[in-house]
Design a protein around this ligand. Structure first.
Ligand code: AMP
Length: 438
């Protein structure tokens, strides 16, 4: 076997999230959890891989996700009693949540289910800024039997208002809510037919991708960003003209509730979204150019999926949900903070303990244990460091340094220096935790 000398790297389209960036990830997730809790949501964690059939049926065979972006493999049987099975890393989490809803008969309680998740998703897309092969989504799903009010436009408006609150609390500037209704499955069928008819005589003038979509999934033509095709696309029939009475009334009620809450939105008739399961309300939140996302300006997307549970063999369970691209949210927050005058300063530890001589190491660790148990954040140096090196190391990570030499150990009186003021004092060990907290 030849010796492999190349160093190993994270796989293309995946990345390591490192400190201090992970502090921002944790902050975003903590705010999301706190907002979701105020709206009565509970957390769900579904497996990262599922039966391939779940996505084929739930997301749709003809979507880009299922047709070319999934990480799928044949999982070998390990015992005679097992069967080989096709498995897939989840490309999104809605199908998994609805599967869990069906599997655990969550609808039997008669209650509306308000669930949220935070976790990685996997799609074999062409990597670029804001687009990765492993990316994180923060999402929610609201679903339940019809008797629980799951179909009500109030639910759609509540979810959208919650998103506006979340983005405001995170400090995202300039977000825009793009809103549309794609109607019922029946409305979409009629609209699809009308689109196909309108596309037939003009599709040959479009780019190759759109020619293919015109055949396989005409709604997807509306998603196209191909500049040369925009004029033709804008001239296509509009979904609003194909909504039946109920879908129209539903959409009007969503808008009325948003107006009552003062949540601004723009109706975008071309917003149909890529996934097959959407019905009625669809939406996207975007951020302005220059928010760090390059051409990927969609922060999050979602919509209603009234037929999904039945498509997966479950009971009728209308629902609505969204998925925030957490990577994109973080990029936006970082870019907006930078534009506003620099990133937030890094948080330093409370104290750095510098043992003088390796024989002092055990005592240093014991002192660190005492202070950490008193809820202080502490780093411990090493006794082999010279005093100058200890000071330099401490100044980088902590606000204060405590010197631990032989004298200090005997007297239990410690020398503490505060870097910001240059002040140096002596403090009895029994008083140390209190003094450091000040
Ligand atoms: P979707 O599940 O396709 O509706 O996407 C919802 C959100 O997830 C999008 O608005 C993006 O913010 C984010 N997203 C989707 N695909 C990716 C990706 N490959 N990399 C990073 N974020 C993504």
């Amino acid at each position: 076997m030849s010796k492999q000398t190349n160093s190993l790297k994270a796989v293309r389209g995946t990345r390591d999230l490192l400190p201090p960036d992970t502090a921002l990830w944790n902050h975003v997730e903590a705010i999301a959890r706190s907002v979701f809790a105020r709206y009565g949501f509970g957390e769900i964690r579904t497996p990262i891989f599922e039966d391939t059939q779940l996505f084929a049926r739930g997301v749709g065979e003809e979507t880009d996700i299922v047709s070319k972006e999934m990480y799928t493999w044949e999982d070998r049987a390990r015992a005679q009693s097992e069967k080989a099975q096709s498995l897939t890393l989840r490309p999104e989490n809605t199908a998994g949540v609805v599967r869990a809803y069906i599997e655990h008969k969550l609808g039997d309680s008669g209650q509306l289910q308000k669930l949220y998740y935070i976790g990685p998703q996997f799609r074999r897309e062409r990597p670029q800024r804001g687009r990765y092969r492993q990316f994180w989504q923060i999402g929610v799903e609201v679903l339940g039997p019809v008797s629980s009010g799951a179909e009500s436009p109030l639910r759609d408006a509540e979810v959208l208002e919650m998103l506006a609150t979340l983005l405001d609390e995170l400090g995202v500037k300039g977000w825009q809510l793009q809103l549309n209704s794609v109607g019922s499955t029946e409305d979409r069928r009629r609209y699809n037919a009308a689109l196909r008819e309108a596309l037939a005589p003009i599709k040959h003038q479009m780019c190759e991708d759109n020619q293919r979509r015109a055949e396989t999934n005409p709604l997807r033509v509306l998603d196209s960003k191909e500049p040369a095709d925009q004029e033709l696309i804008n001239g296509l029939p509009k979904i609003a003209d194909y909504l039946d009475e109920d879908s129209r009334a539903h959409f009007a009620a969503v808008r009325a509730a948003l107006d009552a809450c003062g949540v601004p939105y723009t109706v975008n008739p071309r917003l149909v979204r890529g996934l097959d399961y959407y019905t009625r309300t669809t939406f996207e939140f975007t951020v302005p150019d220059g928010s760090g996302l390059g051409t990927q300006n969609a922060l999050l997307g979602g919509g209603r999926y009234d037929g999904l549970s039945e498509m997966l063999g479950g009971p009728k369970a209308p629902g609505i949900g969204f998925a925030i691209g957490e990577d994109r949210l973080i990029l936006t927050l970082q870019a907006q903070a930078e534009a506003a005058g620099g990133a937030a300063s890094e948080k330093k530890l409370d104290v750095y303990i510098a043992p003088m001589g390796v024989e002092r190491n055990p005592a240093a660790l014991a002192l660190a244990r005492e202070l950490r148990r008193a809820e202080l954040s502490v780093e411990v140096g090493d006794g082999s460091f010279r005093l100058k090196k200890s000071f330099e190391a401490a100044d980088k990570v902590a606000r204060r340094i405590v010197i631990l030499g032989e004298d200090e150990l005997h007297s239990s009186i410690l020398t503490v220096k505060t870097f910001a003021t240059g002040e140096q004092t002596k403090i009895a060990q029994a008083e140390l935790a209190k003094a450091l907290r000040a």
